[in-house]
Design a protein around this ligand. Structure first.
Ligand SMILES: Cc1cc2nc3c(=O)[nH]c(=O)nc-3n(C[C@H](O)[C@H](O)[C@H](O)COP(=O)(O)OP(=O)(O)OC[C@H]3O[C@@H](n4cnc5c(N)ncnc54)[C@H](O)[C@@H]3O)c2cc1C
Ligand code: SF4
Length: 451
């Protein structure tokens, strides 16, 4: 067992965790890329964006050097357009839908162009939206993640006074505390939250947890409506023997620590196994490698064809030197002197037929073991069942149930984002925040205006 911190030099940590998105070298490079766009009618790139960004319009604006206009086009649809340009899995969204793919040519670098103009908007603190005068209505939002912030911005633009209650000491939700630092740096997340708040009319009360420091009843009494953007909670247990050995960690707390502390303070093993193959698993594996682990192995119970992460994410893990074992399910964790020493896995095979569109992994009865000194569990997150039950909110295994108006079963209480969908992507949470705000404005008899 060799879990230690401070494995690399300060320069190596900085290099390993630097932003992986190189910007355009200059204005000409951005305009050359923008001019490749065919400005398609009924553009498939826009249709595949959950926030409906008018992609050809903002690219056209870049090609004519109207960067402010371009930033306005993006941010009026998606106030976290800057962050989304760094974290969105664009290969399965806008860039994946670009018509150039059909011509077997490189799709337009939509995310890079989006970064180009939104970064300028943030750097120059361009105020692209004007808040309507206050109309006296007050809304409480719980959670300052993408769903809560996006909801708050739309409400504030429409003259509503918003108070966000956030249990952490920083805003941004999983953008700040979850997503890998080489995709978005903590400093960028802080800047983005400040940029969103610069419209005015939004106050964030930090270190305020619903169910602990504040109760739902108080929010209902003191505000005209409530929006819950609380995300999903703790990591799912594997349910196998040995999970409590020292050295077995869950990916969410592992990544939270990387985001919250100095890299050199994070203990990391020599031989790390990561269980899962979603975005969280990839982020945990690549960051374990970047913190100095000698060997990182991703273990997944299905085949590459069923993996939940994208090809681009898998390539990042492979380029970082992570190894992958397909068709393997953890069966037991063995330890020595209370510390993790081995991961015992079953070899799996897939069923012939599909259930819910996916083949089921079946235990072949064969087992194998991996020598490890650290195991990171990334087998999904569990919704806040206790909090939701405590407030008598209709839910399915903790996931809040809402109607088509984003309303929960409690009058005046709305919800959206991961808390409802169980965990999707930032861009989905931003759209849910917008839709939730639109329903709240209707509930308050106010007009919805996104200009
Ligand atoms: C490791 C990891 C990597 C990811 N990588 C990507 C990626 O690369 N790209 C991508 O698009 N998406 C990624 N995602 C998913 C993405 O982060 C989420 O879909 C998105 O953040 C959901 O937004 P949200 O606002 O619904 O919830 P969250 O971002 O979870 O925000 C919820 C907020 O509510 C607060 N809160 C919770 N309970 C309470 C309470 N009781 N009282 C007060 N406040 C509370 C939380 O502290 C948090 O700030 C990743 C997720 C994880 C876990
Ligand atoms: S599909 Fe591609 S080429 Fe067409 S408008 Fe979108 S980015 Fe431009």
């Amino acid at each position: 067992m060799n879990i230690t911190n401070n494995r690399l030099s300060k320069e190596q940590y900085e290099q390993n965790f630097a932003d992986i998105h190189p910007p355009f070298e200059n204005k000409t490079a951005a305009q050359v890329e923008a001019n490749r766009c065919l400005f398609c009618y009924d553009a498939p790139c826009t249709k595949s964006c959950p926030t409906d960004i008018d992609v050809p319009k903002f690219i056209k604006q870049i090609s004519t050097d109207n960067i402010k206009g371009s930033a306005h086009t993006i941010l009026s649809s998606n106030i976290m357009g800057a962050g989304c340009s760094k974290v969105c899995p664009v290969e399965k969204l806008c860039e994946g839908a670009c018509v150039y793919n059909l011509l077997e040519e490189e799709p337009i670098s939509i995310a890079k162009l989006q970064r180009y103009s939104t970064q300028k908007a943030m750097e120059n603190n361009w105020q692209l939206f004007q808040r309507k005068p206050s109309n006296g209505k007050k809304v409480a939002i719980v959670g300052a993640g993408p769903a809560g912030l996006s909801c708050a911005h739309v409400l504030s633009r429409n003259g509503v006074d918003v108070t966000i209650y956030e249990k952490e000491s920083k805003g941004g939700g999983l953008m700040t505390y979850g997503i890998a630092a080489y995709k978005v740096t903590p400093k960028f997340c802080e800047d983005e939250v400040n940029y969103i708040l610069s419209i005015g009319g939004i106050e964030i009360k930090y270190n305020q947890e619903l169910g602990k420091n504040i109760l739902m009843g108080e929010l209902q009494k003191n505000y005209d409506a409530v929006f819950l953007g609380i995300g999903v909670g703790v990591a799912r247990r594997l349910g196998i023997p040995g999970e409590s050995f020292e050295g077995v960690e869950d990916a969410i707390s592992f990544i939270y620590n990387i985001r919250d502390k100095n890299y050199s303070l994070i203990p990391i093993g020599d031989k790390v196994a990561v269980i899962g193959m979603g975005m969280t698993a990839i982020d945990a594996a690549t960051q374990a490698k970047r913190l100095g682990a000698k060997k990182v192995t991703l273990v997944y119970r299905r085949t590459e064809a069923e993996k939940p992460c994208t090809d681009v994410e898998l390539d990042i893990a492979k380029l970082d030197g992570c190894e992958i074992i397909w068709l393997a399910a953890p069966k037991e964790i063995k330890g020595e002197n209370g510390k993790v020493a081995q991961l015992i896995c079953s070899k799996m095979m897939l069923s012939e037929t599909d259930t819910n569109g996916r083949k089921t992994p079946i235990d072949t009865g064969e087992i194998f073991s991996l020598d490890v000194d650290m195991i990171i569990k990334a087998a999904g997150q569990i919704p806040f069942e206790e909090l939701v039950d405590m407030n008598k909110m209709e839910n399915k295994n903790g996931k809040l149930i809402i109607d088509t108006n984003y309303s929960t079963n409690i009058k005046g209480v709305f919800a959206g984002g991961d808390a409802v969908n169980g965990g999707k992507e930032v861009v989905d949470a931003v759209q849910a925040g917008k839709d939730g705000a639109s329903s709240i404005l209707e509930y308050l008899n106010l007009t919805f205006n996104l200009i």
